[in-house]
Design a protein around this ligand. Sequence first.
Ligand SMILES: Cc1ncc(C[n+]2csc(CCOP(=O)(O)OP(=O)(O)O)c2C)c(N)n1
Length: 396
Amino acid sequence: MSTAHLPRTEAEQLSGNPAQRVEARHQQGAEDASREVLQLLAPDGGRRQNSTFSPFAEALSSAQLRQFYRDMALARRFDQEATALQRQGELAMWVPMVGQEAAQVGSGRASRPEDYLFPTYREHAVAMTRGVNPSQLLGLFRGVSHGGWDPRQNNFHLYTLVLAAQTLHAVGYAMGVQRDRAAGLTESPAVLAYFGDGSSSEGDVHESMVFAASFQAPVVFFCQNNRWAISVPFSVQSRVPLAQRAAGYGFPGLRVDGNDVLAVYAASQWALEHARSGAGPVLIEAETYRLGAHTTADDPSKYRGSDEEEQWRLRDPLLRLETLLRAEGHADDAFFDDLGQEGDQLASDVRREVLAMVNPDLRASFANVYAQQHPLIAEELAWLEEYEAGFVTEGE
Ligand SMILES: Cc1ncc(C[n+]2csc(CCOP(=O)(O)OP(=O)(O)O)c2C)c(N)n1
């Protein structure tokens, strides 16, 4: 049927372009919902009040506030060094997280040592709050390791490159925790699963949320909405803020200013306590921004404007915490100067440790496939050895 003679609505008459009308509706919706974003530390460095969440932030000591800043500053310095290493050909690729420090440090610091965290591949600052040596994060990107650290040492799982797969692992783990608790084997750990706005479109996220809700699993889904899934903007991933999706599964969703470390910490503490208490899952959407490229193989100027980046630079999570620390007298120039030196020392340690990494013995991979000897593996190993013996070595 042709629509040429159908009566046009008032909105259609105002704007002949359907795409523009949809975009206008989205923007209106986003503006309305933005009033509900939890913020406890405004971009100007001033505190904001919220009856539920402020108590978590107000309980923080001077030392803890300084620790948050230190975590963010060292993670940023580490990230810059890793980018430099990649540019010098020492890493095959790097996944920068500059801009997302508050979302990562606030949530990481809210977790307890007994909690178990499942990252994607950009959670370097979270890893550092859990005590993972930053150099170990680089083995994967240098190509000398399939992982780089022992997840059980810090209850921080290996990076997952298959988007959203770890949300299923996290829920399975949380269901295991639930059973351990029922059997009196553990106290009450919670599970934290990280994923991005693009990953929210994966079926795995939907399945994991259905299972988590059905089984009341003690898991917190933590989405860093950094606005871009490589070159695809958030507006393509969802018609509503992601936090609103939680209602459809039947658990709470919190929408948080992801560049506000106090709000992220408070929301994460609240959510982890909720999960630990047996009340079931929570979804946190931390609204933040990836200031750099998706990876060092990507050029964001091809798909987004520098004006957008500039707007987000004004919301830098480090600057606003620095303003608070100085205004409330928690830190002075000496603190920031010392931290600068500590960052340079960290960067030089990381560089030294990365350059000293040795290539793994390929044979070790064959030893880890099955718990016991398997004829197929033995056959493949024999083939490899014969193949390598076929090369003439230098000097022969
Ligand atoms: C299952 C799967 N599909 C596609 C990809 C390719 N891919 C890698 S990163 C990425 C975008 C991810 O965006 P988001 O989840 O928002 O996380 P971000 O990288 O922005 O932190 C895509 C599509 C992948 N790694 N895994």
